[in-house]
Design a protein. Structure first.
Length: 146
């Protein structure tokens, strides 16, 4: 299959497929005599695995680990379970942080009198130092490939 066919079959954009190849999540495919990438059905399955992992919020490094675990049928499910449980606890922590941010933003919006920009409560809050350190994750963990 050519990359366009793989993109259609997997539901993954072809630039994202190229990105996964560059970072080693997807093995570089063989090339045809004309220089086109030649993919197999197992590549489509692997891309679907990666895409589903991203849909569930796993980082690319976590997906890399899951792929290694998935490739060895003799391994116990224990490592996969541990990784998934850790990921779930991170999601719950992010949910709690998002609720805190929403409450703070609601208070800020409620304090806005709708006057002139110079007295804008929202802009004033943004110019103040943060009340708590942020739990932002590294950009790789939250950024999706194109």
């Amino acid at each position: 299959m050519k990359i366009g066919e793989v993109a259609a079959a997997s539901g993954c954009h072809l630039e994202t497929i190229r990105y996964y190849e560059r970072i080693g999540l997807l093995p570089r495919p063989a090339r045809t005599a004309g220089g086109y990438r030649a993919y197999a059905g197992q590549d489509v399955e692997r891309i679907r695995f990666i895409t589903r992992g991203r849909d569930l919020g796993f980082s690319l490094d976590e997906i890399r680990s899951l792929l290694r675990l998935a490739e060895d049928p003799e391994l116990s499910c224990e490592d996969v379970d541990a990784l998934a449980r850790h990921h779930l606890s991170e999601i719950r922590a992010r949910q709690q942080e998002l609720r805190r941010i929403a409450r703070e933003l609601e208070r800020t919006i409620a304090g806005c009198a709708g006057g002139r920009r110079g007295a804008c409560a929202i802009l004033g809050v943004l110019q103040q130092p943060a009340s708590r350190p942020s739990n932002r994750r590294h950009s790789e963990n939250v950024h999706r490939a194109p």
